[in-house]
Design a protein around this ligand. Sequence first.
Ligand code: 6PG
Length: 248
Amino acid sequence: MTAEPERRIVTVADTAGMATAAAERLVARIGANAGRIAICLSGGSSPQQLYRLLASDAWRNRIPWDRVHWFIGDERVVPESSPLSNMGEARRLLLGQFAPASHIHGVPILASPDESAERYARELTSFYGADELNPDRPLFDLVLLGVGPDGHAASLFPGDAALDEIERWVVGVQRAPVEPLVPRVTLTLPALGSCREMLFQVAGSGKRAILTRLLDGEDLPANSARSSAGETVWLVDKAALPEDARGQ
Ligand code: 6PG
C-alpha cells in the first residue's frame, strides 16, 4: 500500500498575503525549471488577486513569458468573452497583456462538453508528448486550485463519476450542482495530480464551514486532489480558518 501524499497547510494573514505567497511560489516553481514551464490555472474568484498582482510592474518581469505555457484546470461552458469564463478572466487580468497567444491553452468551446474535453485532452497530450502520464515527468510545474462551498475542486463535484476517472485526462460535466449552473469541462484527478506542486487558495469567512469539514478529513473532492509527484500546499487565510485553528 502506498501512503497518501502529504498536504501542507500554510496560513497567511489575508487575501493580500495570500496573493503574495502564491506569487512567490509560482515564481519559485518557474525558477526551478530552466526549460519549458506548464502552469495550470484555476477559476472562480480565488485566483483573481494573484492574477492582478502578477500583472503589476513589480511582478510581471519575474516571469519569463516566452518559456511559460498556461492551461486551465476547469472551464465553464460559456464563450471566453463571458465574465464567467475562467480562462477569459485569466486572460483579461493577466495573460492577455503578456503571454504569447500560442502559450494560452484555453478549453475550446465546442458542440458539447464531452467534445470540448476530448479536444482539450488532445491539446494536453500533444503538449506533453505522450498520452500516458509518467510519474517521473509531471505534466505541470504548478497546478492552482480553489475550493467550492460543497468541497469541489476544479469541476470535480461530490458524488460525480468524474472523480473515479483514471484513464481520461479531461472530462465533460453536463450539470454543475453549484453556481454558475452551466456545464463544465474539467481535468481529472490523475491529470491535476501530475504536477510538481498543487497549490490551493482558500480565503474568506465564507470558506470556513467547508474548510472545517475538509480539515476533518471528510471524503470530498478537494481532499482527493493531491500532487502525485510533488508537493500539495493549501494557502489558507485567517478568516477561512476554523475557530479552533485560529490564532495558531
Ligand atoms: C470554477 C472553479 C472552482 C473554483 C471553486 C472556488 O470554475 O468554479 O474552478 O473549482 O475554484 O468553486 O471558487 P471561488 O474562488 O469563486 O470561491
